[in-house]
Design a protein around this ligand. Structure first.
Ligand code: KG4
Ligand code: ZN
Length: 335
């Protein structure tokens, strides 16, 4: 089954064709309009997707040498609603025009299954750490659509913290890759920063939700960076980048190690934009677990992961009605 996948949940307009032999092509266009604003402007993202969607999908079909796929899948959410709307509507229209099935895919499910695109990817059950600009969640994936949240951030996502700290030390947007590169030149022990420990009890999160014992927090770390810079403006940006990165990676790897101990599951996949981080990748490989790291291009937003997740659903006999709509919020594995 040859599947066309479309992704437009944030600031990447992406299309990919995936078949039985794997990914036939993976076209990603990153919007540059947001750089001037230091973050993604939803309305501009929606308009830029509308400008690029036809040429991006056509480029993917041409590169794959496919005229009419057997099915179309598109990100249905979660994401910026005016961005998701473009790819989801286009995908449904294309499926209707070709007379082929349509599946709406959860963007986070795309990330959490992305390591399984590779022929030597993890078999179920496995742990999957999805670390992106909007989410930081550790899932236990028991099977297709059967996901349990083992831990997640109670406030900022790790990628969001990267982007905010980048701005504090005078770097551009998106900050993650820039902090990653600069951190390599700094001293990770130069600035003492907190590593929030798992909480013994069941306290509430700031939003009133019951937290899990392994939940994480990155908001205090971001504040600690700001306070340290106010107290000592002479801290070198590379030392702050390295110290911040060491703290983030310590927290993420600590939760993965504890989750593996608690669940007895030794297979761990890492996904999402922050999974492209060089220090996180190196530390994950050192945990003594069976670690699956997608190539960096498959960590940041792409349509191959969407096409792949949708294809697995199609092969399991699932189809969506063309009346499904774009969703801003959607927990993977829930209806
Ligand atoms: O998965 P993604 O492309 O989009 C979302 O779904 O959010 O993740 C984007 C996030 C941004 O916050 C970006 O700064 C971060 O991933 N990121 C990185 C790196 N590359 C991208 N963070 C740390 N190190 C990197 N190398
Ligand atoms: Zn993403």
């Amino acid at each position: 089954m040859i599947v066309l996948g479309i992704e437009t949940s944030c600031d990447e307009t992406a299309a990919s064709v995936v078949g039985p032999s794997g990914v036939l092509c993976d076209v990603v266009h990153t919007q540059e309009v947001h750089v001037a604003y230091g973050g993604v402007v939803p309305e501009l993202a929606g308009r830029a997707h509308a400008d690029k969607i036809v040429t991006t999908v056509q480029a993917a079909l041409d590169r794959a040498g496919v005229k009419r796929p057997d099915a179309v899948v598109a990100t249905q959410g979660p994401g910026l609603i005016c961005a998701v709307l473009v790819g989801c509507s286009f995908g449904k229209a294309a499926a209707a025009g070709w007379g082929v099935p349509f599946v709406g895919v959860n963007h986070l499910e795309g990330h959490l299954l992305s390591a399984t695109i590779e022929p030597d990817g993890p078999a179920f059950p496995f742990l999957s750490l999805v670390v992106s600009g909007g989410h930081t969640t550790l899932y236990l994936a028991r099977g297709l659509g059967d996901y349990e949240i083992v831990a997640q951030t109670v406030d900022d996502a790790a990628g969001e913290a990267y982007d905010k700290v980048a701005r504090m030390i005078g770097l551009g947007y998106p900050g993650g890759p820039l902090v990653d590169a600069l951190a390599g030149k700094g001293d990770p022990t130069a600035v003492a920063l907190p590593r929030p420990q798992p909480r013994p009890g069941p306290p509430k999160t700031p939003t009133g939700r019951q937290s899990r014992p392994l939940d994480m927090s990155f908001s205090g770390l971001k504040t600690a960076v700001r306070s340290a810079l106010v107290k000592d403006p002479s801290i070198k940006p590379e030392d702050m980048a390295a110290s911040f990165q060491a703290a983030v990676v310590d927290v993420l790897t600590d939760r993965v190690r504890r989750a593996a101990e608690q669940t007895g599951i030794q297979r761990i996949a890492v996904a999402g934009g922050v999974a492209a981080n060089s220090h996180l990748r190196a530390r994950m490989m050192d945990l003594g677990l069976e670690c699956f790291l997608p190539p960096k291009s498959r960590c940041t937003d792409n349509a191959a992961m969407i096409a792949h997740a949708g294809r697995l659903r199609l092969l399991a006999g699932q189809r969506d009605s063309l009346s499904v709509g774009a969703r801003a919020q959607w927990v993977p594995g829930t209806p």
